[in-house]
Ligand binder design. Structure first.
Ligand code: FE
Length: 170
C-alpha cells in the first residue's frame, strides 16, 4: 500500500508469524449467521478464538432482559461497551456505550440487562468463565474450546460449513 507521499509499503512478515485477523464488519457482520446463539436473546460474534493462548475476543449481544450469567474468571477480562446498557448486580455502576472495564481474576459477578435495555459489548476473555451458584461455588464452565465447538456447530447448522470457524482460530 502507498503512504501520503506515494511511498510503497509492504508487509514485513517474520518466518512463523501467524496470520493477522481483520474484520471490516466486526460490529455489524455482513452475514447475520455470524452471530452464534448463546442462550435466549444472547449471541456471540467471534473475532478471535485463540486456542494457543487460551483466550477469545468476541462481541456479546443481548436483546432480552434478565440475568445473563453469574460467574468468575481465573484470568483477566477486558470489556468495552459498544451499544446499550448493562450492569453487575454486585456493583453500583452501570456500563453504557463507551464504558471500559477490567475484571480481575477471582471476582464473582452477575451480569444483568434490565427490562427495556439491550447491549453489545466487546469482551476479551482469558481462561474461562466459571459459572457460580449463590455462594460462589463453581457449577459449570466455558472456555475457548467450548466457544470453538459452539461456533463450529452453529456455522455448520446454518450452512456455512464445518471449517468456517477456522478463520477465527489462532
Ligand atoms: Fe465476567
Amino acid at each position: 500500500m502507498l503512504d501520503a507521499t506515494g511511498k510503497k509499503y509492504s508487509p514485513l512478515i517474520p518466518q512463523d508469524m501467524t496470520d493477522e485477523l481483520f474484520w471490516k464488519d466486526g460490529l455489524t457482520p455482513d452475514d447475520e449467521r455470524l452471530w452464534v446463539p448463546n442462550g435466549p436473546g444472547r449471541w456471540s460474534r467471534p473475532l478471535c478464538l485463540n486456542v494457543s493462548q487460551g483466550y477469545w475476543v468476541h462481541i456479546t449481544k443481548v436483546t432480552k432482559a434478565g440475568v445473563v450469567s453469574r460467574h468468575r474468571h481465573p484470568a483477566p477480562v477486558h470489556g468495552f461497551v459498544i451499544e446499550g446498557k448493562w450492569r453487575y448486580l454486585e456493583r453500583d455502576w452501570v456500563a453504557t456505550a463507551g464504558s471500559y472495564l477490567y475484571e480481575p481474576p477471582g471476582d464473582v459477578h452477575t451480569l444483568v440487562v434490565d427490562e427495556g435495555d439491550t447491549m453489545k459489548t466487546l469482551f476479551h476473555n482469558t481462561g474461562a468463565l466459571l459459572y457460580c451458584d449463590e455462594n460462589g461455588k463453581t457449577i459449570g464452565s466455558t472456555d475457548v474450546f467450548d466457544r470453538v465447538k459452539a461456533a463450529r456447530n452453529h456455522f455448520e447448522e446454518v450452512g456455512l460449513g464445518t471449517d468456517f470457524v477456522k478463520q477465527f482460530i489462532r
